[in-house]
Design a protein around this ligand. Structure first.
Ligand code: ZN
Length: 322
């Protein structure tokens, strides 16, 4: 008994200082764990939101665009026209032609994972917000003025994730080197192409006659120009161009353009002025007046009047009467 007591008395009792130090070391340990956790959540959230190179294509629909009582399954998918829509001048014109003028059911697709080049991300997000706001306004206006189109104007597919594809990305990079002025919406075309290939549908794009960018790259090598089926010539024919003895530029690999095989260019033969004139005759110019094209809206949501898009903006005040 005495022995046990003496052993007990030899055990040092914990002082206040040692309790404090264990408390602080635990605090640091859990603090670090918490910070790591928060950073991981932030990283995952960012990845989730900007998932432009993901395992698969993913999209959502805004429940506010789904009108109760409307049957959106009336039309067979083969009858539906898929359209890349941004709320801008030319893509809105294309949507109006297909939906209001020609009476097709349409499925708008909006690439949301990032609007522009990554370097513009902050501004890009602002213009994205503005674009969505404008598309909402356009949708509301169209459905008030043309209520019979409700089952044909399908809720937009907001794409937040696009399947990664090194082959397409590399080919795009080569096209970009070849046609240097593809910038600055360089990444946007690559994403639209990648989405269209993996979604495995023909998707119409509101590209117009500008003589630049994809219009320039594909000019003279398109079929069915002036129709909704306007598209690039086949891969075999693109390959033939490479072997053409008149093609003196060795960099030209026309078959790289095959990454755009699912694009359709229904209005590529039209200029901005042609669009204004036709929309005016069709009495739909007021809808184009709602559209938005600026890449860098200011803090109060007004166009910057400086960017590439603003500098080429059409004056839509007043109708052309011819
Ligand atoms: Zn601008």
């Amino acid at each position: 008994m005495e022995q046990i007591q003496s052993i007990k008395s030899n055990i040092p009792t914990p002082t206040i200082n040692t309790i404090k130090s264990t408390f602080y070391s635990k605090l640091i340990k859990y603090g670090l764990l918490l910070i790591t956790f928060i950073l991981s959540v932030m990283y995952l959230r960012k990845r989730y939101k900007n998932n432009c190179e993901a395992l698969e294509n993913k999209f959502y629909q805004d429940t506010k665009e789904i009108i109760p009582g409307i049957n959106y399954l009336l039309y067979h998918p083969s009858k539906i026209r898929y359209i890349y829509w941004t709320g801008g001048y030319s893509s809105t014109f294309l949507l109006i032609q297909a939906l209001i003028i020609e009476g097709y059911p349409i499925q708008p697709i909006y690439i949301k994972c990032q609007t522009m080049d990554d370097k513009f991300s902050i501004q890009g997000k602002q213009s994205q917000q503005k674009e969505i706001e404008v598309m909402t306004r356009l949708r509301t206006t169209i459905l008030i003025d043309y209520p019979h189109l409700k089952p044909m104007f399908l809720p937009t597919m907001y794409v937040y994730s696009i399947k990664k594809d090194y082959d397409i990305s590399n080919k795009f990079r080569q096209i970009y080197k070849h046609f240097t002025f593809f910038s600055p919406d360089v990444n946007q075309f690559e994403r639209l192409a990648r989405f269209s290939i993996h979604y495995n549908k023909n998707i119409e794009i509101g590209l117009i006659n500008t003589g630049t960018s994809l219009d320039y790259a594909s000019s003279g090598i398109r079929n069915n120009e002036g129709t909704k089926n306007c598209q690039l010539i086949s891969k075999q024919n693109l390959l033939k161009l490479n072997n053409n003895p008149d093609n003196i530029n060795p960099v030209k690999n026309y078959d790289n353009l095959d990454i755009f095989r699912n694009f359709r260019f229904p209005i590529i033969h039209m200029t901005k002025v042609d669009i204004k004139r036709l929309a005016s005759r069709q009495k739909v110019l007021y809808l184009l007046q709602i559209t938005w094209t600026c890449w860098y809206p200011n803090n109060i949501g007004k166009p910057c009047n400086k960017c590439h898009q603003c500098s080429k903006k059409m004056d839509l005040n007043g109708f052309i009467n011819n």
